[in-house]
Design a binder for this molecule. Structure first.
Ligand code: IMP
Length: 193
């Protein structure tokens, strides 16, 4: 039987990418396709909390099983900041460059540059149960931005085992090894069981 599943995103491209990996047992729907046009709030203090909130919101309002993702950059010397605030770390304009420049400024003179990107995917199934999947990639914050590929903090994040930042890497390579890919793979393995 084909099961309907909402991916709490407005990005049809993201949906296509996951649908292709999921195979024919699921019909994957975006928020717009289930009639959810309102902005879903992100009121929680953690990445885990916000992913779960979004998936539960869809389940409670639309009664469709749903998964939602939330991501952020966690810098060890900044006690895990920007973390859940990654999108608007330097202010409400959500400016990528201002955000990473603030991180670089806060790390000036600090030798511990360890950081990680984290994605949490929360899945609420048709019985209302919640499962979470976490994808992490560890690395270091560079001294200065390098590269213009990708988005967000990519120019200042150099993953362990690579000499390129995410901003310098071909997008296809980043997409393969990223925190998002790791969390998605766990979700796919779970759904295919
Ligand atoms: P979201 O939850 O995927 O929307 O991510 C929240 C914020 O975390 C983004 O606006 C970016 O600032 C940052 N972020 C998440 N994933 C990445 C990434 O792969 N590269 C760079 N920044 C990211």
């Amino acid at each position: 039987m084909i099961q309907e599943l909402c991916f709490a995103t407005r990005n049809a491209h993201k949906r296509e990418e996951i649908a292709a990996q999921l195979g024919g047992n699921f019909r994957l729907l975006t928020l717009d396709e289930i009639g959810c046009t309102e902005e879903i709030p992100e009121p929680e203090a953690t990445i885990e909390g916000n992913a779960a909130y979004k998936a539960r919101y869809v389940w409670e309002h639309y009664r469709i099983p749903c998964f939602a993702d939330d991501s952020g950059l966690e810098v060890a010397a900044l006690n895990g900041a920007p973390g859940v605030h990654s999108a608007y770390y330097a202010g409400a304009s959500r400016d990528f460059k201002a955000n990473y420049e603030l991180v670089l400024q806060q790390l000036q003179g600090i030798t511990d540059r360890r950081a990680q990107f984290k994605t949490v995917i929360a899945l609420v199934q048709s019985d209302g149960s919640l499962h979470t999947f976490t994808g992490i990639i560890t690395g270091n914050i560079t001294d200065a931005p390098r590269g213009s590929n990708g988005f967000g903090y990519d120019p200042i994040f150099q993953p362990d085992g690579y000499h390129l930042t995410f901003g310098e890497m071909p997008v296809a390579l980043k997409t393969q090894i990223s925190h998002r890919a790791r969390a998605m793979q766990q979700l796919l393995d779970f759904l295919k069981q």
